[in-house]
Design a protein around this ligand. Structure first.
Ligand code: ATP
Length: 262
């Protein structure tokens, strides 16, 4: 009881979540937690339900059963935009930058959830809107400098290497100072040097106020980066542990890790 009260208020908790499409059960009574100050990996074979769980966290999917709570507050009733407002931020499996906007504008877009006056005001000659845009630009530039991307601020993303585009997406995801950063296959399509750079950036983001959750098939990245790992298989959580514990888990080796050594 005492332990629970110490950590209550900080974690993202998933309790007995089930999700079905038609008769197809995609998540089966999944329970797990994500802790501030940690990078948590979510791994498992293709189709295990990792992205579906992300979608339940962000509100894109509504589970038929179970609860999801951030800092003890249930999220079920909040639509995706409001979940962003309470501090959930995500990047997608495929690069999702706007090609018409330059890099700094793409990152500014990540501040939309904090906006008071809305994007339309930015195009109107209203002082409040202009001040907010300037504030957003300054915040975006600060994040770009932090990730060593300031040199690309005025360029459009299309010409940038995949690794740099991915870092811009991460800049956009963190500019709103989220409490939870959900990354869906951040290393997909990156070469080994870009993956190393990504790992260094993610390590640099670890802080007591932030939970980072990574879905990824690159086991080197997962094992080197994560403090804890949850493993899904056929919609069920089959293991939770440190990288060492997960590497040694016979069930995880059988259903997932064994394949990657072939
Ligand atoms: N909107 C949907 N409608 C119907 N079925 C869906 C939907 N979204 C996901 N599924 C199904 O849910 C199952 C889990 O898919 P999901 O994408 O969550 O797995 P995953 O673990 O992220 O896989 P991968 O590693 O290949 O990305 C799959 O069988 C998929 O077809």
């Amino acid at each position: 009881m005492l332990d629970a009260s110490i950590t209550a208020g900080a974690e993202l908790t998933v309790t007995s979540v089930s999700l079905s499409f038609g008769g197809h059960r995609v998540l089966k009574e999944v329970s797990m937690d994500f802790r501030p100050g940690q990078v948590t990996g979510l791994i498992g074979p293709n189709g295990a339900g990792k992205t579906s769980l992300f979608n339940c966290l962000t509100g894109l999917y509504r589970p038929q059963q179970g609860t999801i709570a951030l800092g003890g507050e249930p999220l079920e009733r909040l639509p995706p935009a409001q979940r962003a407002r309470v501090g959930l931020s995500r990047s997608f499996q495929h690069v999702a930058l706007c090609p018409e906007l330059d890099v700094v504008e793409n990152v500014m877009f990540g501040r939309a959830r904090l906006g008071r006056s809305g994007w339309a005001d930015a195009f109107l000659p209203l002082p409040a809107g202009r001040a907010e845009v300037e504030e957003s630009r300054a915040a975006a530039m600060e994040v770009l400098r932090r990730l060593d991307l300031a040199a690309y601020a005025e360029t459009t993303p299309a010409g940038l290497p995949p690794g740099t585009q991915r870092l811009v997406e991460i800049a956009r995801a963190i500019v709103s100072r989220p409490r939870v950063l959900l990354l869906d296959e951040p290393a997909a399509g990156l070469n080994p040097a870009e993956t190393r750079q990504l790992m260094a950036v993610l390590r640099g983001l670890v802080s007591p106020d932030l939970m980072i959750v990574v879905v990824e098939h690159d086991m080197d990245l997962i094992m080197q980066l994560c403090h804890r790992i949850h493993v899904l298989n056929f919609g069920q959580r089959i293991a939770t542990g440190t990288p060492e514990e997960i590497r040694a888990d016979p069930e995880v080796i059988r259903v997932y890790l064994g394949d990657s050594d072939d």
